[in-house]
Design a protein around this ligand. Structure first.
Ligand SMILES: [Zn+2]
Length: 376
């Protein structure tokens, strides 16, 4: 097949099936849950807009103007003028970094979190005091597993928080409460070097009708066993936001294979996430149809990265040129941590779900969309 054919086949056909893309979000289709996975370079910020227009932002990226502006740009594209629910999964700088500046530039109506950080040393000095000042004036809810969050037209169930997990299977969820066959082969990790606020993450299952989505923040590998074993309380989901940016401190088969998502969205950067373990677990997950990545990942290399159609931000040309012209042995190692690209346009991944369980995912870089039909 010629390159030309390949392009036509892959770009035109999906475009015919669904026509969505940049700039189309202002008119909100009735009855949909819109999800915007924002590129904050390996941090986390996901914006959700429910069928009534109510909004929830989960996390705020890293400190600095870059991520705040990207969140505000996406909010504007989504027609969001205030954050009705601001959920902070945990207190690491790649999640809370943008909050103080964001709060000055868009109204926030409600905070949700797991309570105090369990880490005495703040990753952002002064954050605790600044946050206390904010929630002295704005309602704040500290959640525990099993709690429901009032998000108009959308069901949100807290499944993890403050190091605890939901014990009662979610009522009516497909597969919830069933034994998890992946538990037998679970291999625990040494988590002595994992920052302790990660497994404190507020994790939620969000659903509209038959469509189900899970976002567990940076919930970690060993804690996943607590959540998913011996029985799976969540059941299966349609769209899984890869825990912990797709690094291999999270995303065990006991979690991923039992959730059996149809689609994974990874909020990685070029040098954070896309871990070999994580990618292999996804590729071997039953029923997984596609992995959508916010970035091409060095760790995943040619074999394990998704095709470019599914990647919102490939490496930027200047960095690629530098990589290609760096003498052997002098380049930065693949798979380590780093800032990734900082400048230039940043593209987000959008997903739009209907109550019948169908959903469409769009890469805003190339406007490639794919619709996943409702399960029969
Ligand atoms: Zn993180």
């Amino acid at each position: 097949m010629s390159l030309k054919h390949l392009k036509l086949k892959h770009l035109l056909l999906p475009a015919l099936l669904v026509c969505t893309g940049l700039g189309s979000a202002q008119t909100k289709p009735a009855g949909k849950l819109e999800m915007y996975f924002i590129d904050v370079e390996g941090g986390h910020a996901s914006l959700y807009v429910g069928p009534t227009g109510e909004s929830m932002l989960i996390d705020t990226g890293s400190p600095g103007e870059r991520d705040v502006q990207r969140i505000l740009d996406v909010a504007a594209a989504a027609g969001v003028k205030q954050i009705d629910h601001m959920l902070l999964t945990h207190y690491h700088s790649d999640h809370i970094g943008g909050l103080q500046e964001l709060a000055k530039r868009i109204p926030i109506k409600h905070f949700i979190d797991h309570g105090e950080s369990v880490e005495p040393k703040e990753q952002i000095p002064g954050f605790k005091a600044a946050y206390e000042e904010m929630y002295a004036k704005i309602p704040r809810t500290v959640v525990k597993p099993g709690d429901k969050i009032n998000f108009a037209g959308v069901n949100v169930v807290v499944v993890t928080s403050v190091g605890k997990v939901i014990r009662t299977p979610i009522a009516g969820a497909p597969g919830a409460g069933k034994p998890n066959p992946e538990c037998a082969g679970f291999v625990p990790r040494d988590e002595s070097r994992v920052d302790p606020d990660n497994p404190q993450s507020v994790g939620i299952v969000m659903s509209i009708g038959k469509f189900r989505h899970v976002n567990l923040g940076d919930f970690t590998w060993n804690a996943e066993k607590e959540l998913m074993c011996p029985n799976n309380p969540i059941g299966t989901v349609d769209l899984y936001l890869t825990s912990h940016h797709g690094i291999d401190q999270s995303g065990s088969p006991a979690l991923v294979h039992a959730l059996a998502p149809r689609v994974a969205v990874m909020h990685n950067s070029t040098r954070k996430g896309g871990a070999v373990q994580t990618m292999n677990t996804l590729y071997t997950s039953p029923g997984l149809e596609n992995i959508w990545q916010l970035h091409w990942a060095y760790a995943a290399g040619t074999e394990l990265n998704s095709p470019g159609l599914f990647i919102a931000n490939p490496e930027d040309p200047a960095t690629l040129a530098a990589v290609l012209t760096t003498p052997a042995g002098q380049g930065r190692g693949a798979g380590g941590r780093g800032a990734g690209h900082n400048t230039g346009p940043a593209f987000y991944i959008k997903a739009s779900a209907s109550a019948d369980g169908s959903f469409t995912v769009t890469n805003t870089r190339n406007n490639f969309s794919k619709t996943y039909a409702a399960r029969k």
